[in-house]
Design a protein. Structure first.
Length: 265
C-alpha cells in the first residue's frame, strides 16, 4: 500500500511540475511576443519618420522571430527601403528580392518591383559597358573593401581611379555619390556643403547616361538640403513627369506643393 501511495505522490509531483513548466513557458513566450511586437511598432514608427538607421537596427533584431509570420511582409519591405535610403544597395536588393519571392501579391509589390527593376537596370548598364582593363576591377574591389571598413577617403581615391578609366560608367558615379553621402554623415552633426556638392556632382553625372526617377529624386533632395529650392522643385518635377503614379512620384508632388509656396513667398 505504501508503495502505491508513493507512486501516486510521485505521479502527482511530475504532473504538477509539467503543468508548472508549461505555464512558465507559455508566460515566457507571451512576454517575448509582447516585446517583439513593441519593437516592431517602434521600427515602423522610425521608418515612417525617416529614421532609417534606427529602423534597420530594430528590424534586423526581430527578423528571426517574425520570419515565418505575416509581419515578415512589412519587415522585408521596410528593410529593403531603409537600406536603399542608407545607400546600401546590395542589402536593399537582397531584402526586396525576399519580399518579391515570398509575397508576390503583397500590398507593396508594385513599389518593390519598381525599385528592383531600377537596381537591375543599373547593374545591366555595367555589364553592357564591359570591363577590359584589370585595373578597374582592382580599384573597385579596393574601394568597396575600404568602404566596408569606413575608410571613405581612401575608398574615394580608388573609385576616382576607376572613373578615370571608365568615365561613362553610371554605377561608378552612383557609388561615388554614396561615398560622399557617407562622409557627410560622419563629418559632423551639421551637413557639410562640400560633401553635398560632391555627391550632387556624381548624381548629375549619372543622368548623362541613365535617367531614372530615383536619381532625380536624390538630386532634388540634395538641392533641398542646400536650400536651393527652385532647383529642387525642378528635379521633383522631372520625377513626376517620368512616374506620376508611383509612390516616389506622389511624394515628389507633395514636395513641389510645399516648396513652391516658399519660392513664391
Amino acid at each position: 500500500m505504501r508503495s502505491i501511495f508513493i507512486n501516486k505522490k510521485l505521479i502527482f509531483i511530475i504532473v504538477f511540475l509539467y503543468i508548472w513548466f508549461i505555464s512558465i513557458s507559455a508566460t515566457s513566450y507571451q512576454e517575448e511576443i509582447k516585446k517583439n511586437t513593441e519593437l516592431f511598432k517602434k521600427a515602423t514608427e522610425n521608418f515612417n519618420n525617416g529614421e532609417f538607421q534606427s529602423a534597420v537596427e530594430i528590424l534586423e533584431e526581430i527578423l528571426s522571430f517574425f520570419e515565418t509570420t505575416r509581419e515578415a511582409h512589412d519587415i522585408y519591405y521596410m528593410l529593403g527601403k531603409s537600406y536603399y535610403a542608407l545607400k546600401q544597395i546590395d542589402k536593399s536588393y537582397s531584402y526586396l528580392k525576399k519580399y518579391q519571392i515570398n509575397f508576390r501579391y503583397g500590398k507593396h509589390t508594385r513599389e518593390v518591383d519598381e525599385l528592383i527593376s531600377y537596381i537591375e537596370n543599373i547593374r545591366k548598364k555595367i555589364s553592357e559597358i564591359g570591363v577590359e582593363l584589370p585595373d578597374v576591377n582592382e580599384f573597385l574591389l579596393n574601394a568597396r573593401k575600404l568602404k566596408e571598413n569606413k575608410m571613405y577617403d581612401l575608398a574615394i581615391v580608388n573609385l576616382k581611379k576607376a572613373i578615370d578609366i571608365e568615365p561613362e560608367n553610371p554605377m561608378y558615379h552612383h557609388e561615388m555619390a554614396v561615398l560622399y553621402n557617407l562622409k557627410n554623415r560622419i563629418s559632423s552633426y551639421n551637413f557639410n556643403v562640400n560633401y553635398l556638392e560632391n555627391e550632387l556632382e556624381y548624381y548629375l553625372k549619372i543622368t548623362e547616361n541613365v535617367v531614372t526617377p530615383e536619381i532625380y529624386y536624390n538630386i532634388a533632395f540634395i538641392y533641398q538640403r542646400m536650400d536651393m529650392y527652385e532647383k529642387a522643385v525642378e528635379y521633383w518635377r522631372k520625377v513626376v513627369d517620368i512616374s506620376p503614379d508611383t509612390n516616389i512620384g506622389k511624394v515628389s508632388s507633395v514636395y513641389i506643393d510645399k516648396y513652391q509656396k516658399n519660392i513664391e513667398n
